[in-house]
Design a protein around this ligand. Structure first.
Ligand SMILES: C[S@@+](CC[C@H](N)C(=O)[O-])C[C@H]1O[C@@H](n2cnc3c(N)ncnc32)[C@H](O)[C@@H]1O
Length: 215
């Protein structure tokens, strides 16, 4: 599915969020305080939005994804010196503790096991390493939530069908059922070895940024 949507993935992201996704990404990168000395992993990097921003802060950036076509999109951006790797987030081809900052955008819902992914991420992150996750969320306010539902469950699949792949953009709102609740996610992060967990809401709760530190 990700191979199929890759050619129009960036355009759909910008359209669906009115380009706000890039603002959320930049904010998260800023809050992670990445410096020259950091080794950054963009986990499930897709076409490399986070990797592209991270490389402005350090030369040491790895983007990993299992979709060949998504990686092709990242390659087309000429992100050198970013290293792009095809691989599985649940079996990272990285040594223990080599990463100091991990970011991942809009990927959580797609992993077959979030706890296993977090344990694997904790393995490659050095103690004190920072984690930043950007994800969709459900607005808490009932009125905003109702409007968001119409947009996310009707408008997005319709536009996605016109411009990209109908079944993939129908899956997008459905995939939110795989998102753990806030408390469940915090418990999973703690269990995997993360602390100092914080959450920031974007666009009235339509998206969220989670930050945590590897103990
Ligand atoms: C919605 S896209 C997000 C792409 C990018 N991170 C972004 O911020 O736009 C989800 C990505 O997760 C990747 N993915 C899903 N499961 C994966 C896994 N187990 N290992 C590696 N990549 C995975 C998909 O190939 C896809 O590129």
């Amino acid at each position: 599915m990700f191979d199929r949507i890759a050619p129009r993935y960036d355009r759909m992201n910008r359209l669906m969020t009115g380009r706000m996704d890039q603002r959320w990404r930049k904010e998260l990168i800023r809050r992670l305080h990445i410096g020259d000395e950091d080794y950054v992993l963009d986990l499930a990097c897709g076409t490399g939005d986070f990797a592209e921003l991270a490389r402005l802060e350090t030369r040491h950036v790895v983007g990993l994804d299992f979709s060949r076509e998504m990686l092709r999109g990242a390659q087309a951006r000429r992100l050198a010196p970013v290293q792009l790797v095809q691989g599985d987030a649940l079996r990272l081809p990285l040594r223990d503790g080599v990463i100091t900052v991990a970011v991942s955008g809009f990927a959580l819902r797609n992993f077959t096991s979030i706890p296993d992914m977090l344990v694997e991420l904790a393995r490659v992150l050095a103690p004190g390493g920072r984690l930043g996750l950007l994800e969709v969320d459900r607005p808490a306010n009932p009125v905003v939530r109702a409007g968001h539902r119409v947009y996310f469950e009707r408008v997005v699949p319709f536009v996605g069908g016109l411009l990209s792949d109908r079944s993939a953009y129908r899956y997008l709102p459905q995939s939110t059922v795989y998102m753990p609740s806030q408390d469940e996610l915090v418990a999973m992060l703690r269990e995997a070895g993360f602390a100092r967990i914080t959450k920031r809401r974007h666009a009235f709760g339509a998206a969220q940024s989670i930050m945590a530190v590897r103990q």
